[in-house]
Design a protein around this ligand. Structure first.
Ligand code: HEC
Length: 189
């Protein structure tokens, strides 16, 4: 009877580490398998990656990039933004002058049809008359022009233009949808 109990205790003492060893082994095997799949996926993605700016971005890529941009611009524009010039008409007029030298090279003179350089950047230069571009608040547009958009062709103008000039550009960008030609306006989503 006692020897039976001792034997049982002994068995338990041997069995428990054996079981936890088994759990450890299973966890390690699963971890290695998952890592192998992740590494294989990354290698496949790298081998398929195309550096060319010619192919159109996939719709999923566009969706993800647009959502991330909107979110980050909204967050960024919570920082202190200087007040806008009070005289809107004068501000738009000044913005018109700056737009030609600062923005038209990529976004096109009418803001609707990007130039060849803008059209074939990756990501593409945006249509500034589009609903997507006009949906930004004034603060957000100010933030974009001042800070630019990292990992894209959109430059930061914060060190190039004064805050007042940036506001002038924002005010002018607001007038672009109305001044785009009627044909262009129809195409605009
Ligand atoms: C060298 C090319 C270039 C110049 C110059 C340039 N942009 Fe851009 N801009 C871009 C590109 C490329 C994008 C798209 C970025 C992206 O998709 O992430 C963009 C995006 C934008 C957006 C965001 C649009 C959206 O739908 O999210 C605004 C607003 C904008 N530009 C305004 C301006 C203004 C105003 C100027 C002049 C002060 C200017 N840009 C000058 C290339 C340029």
């Amino acid at each position: 009877m006692i020897t039976g109990q001792i034997r049982l205790l002994l068995w338990k003492a041997i069995e428990t580490p054996f079981q936890s060893n088994l759990v450890m082994k299973c966890a390690l095997i699963t971890l290695s398998a998952v890592s192998a799949v992740v590494i294989a996926g990354a290698l496949l993605a790298i081998s398929q990656f195309n550096l060319s700016a010619m192919p159109e971005p996939a719709s999923m890529e566009n969706y993800l990039a647009t959502s991330a941009r909107r979110l980050l611009v909204r967050r960024g524009s919570r920082e202190a933004i200087p007040t806008a010039p009070a005289n809107l008409a004068a501000s738009i007029e000044e913005g018109d002058k700056l737009y030609g030298t600062d923005c038209a090279a990529c976004h096109g003179l009418d803001g609707h049809k990007p130039t060849d350089a803008g059209r074939w950047m990756y990501p593409r230069a945006a249509n500034l008359t589009s609903r997507e571009a006009q949906q930004y608040s004034d603060r957000e547009l100010f933030w974009i022009v001042r800070n630019g958009i990292r990992l894209s062709g959109m430059p930061a103008f914060g060190k190039v233009e004064t805050d007042e000039h940036i506001w002038n550009l924002v005010h002018f960008v607001r007038t672009l949808p109305a001044s785009a030609s009627p044909k262009d306006a129809e195409e605009t989503p």
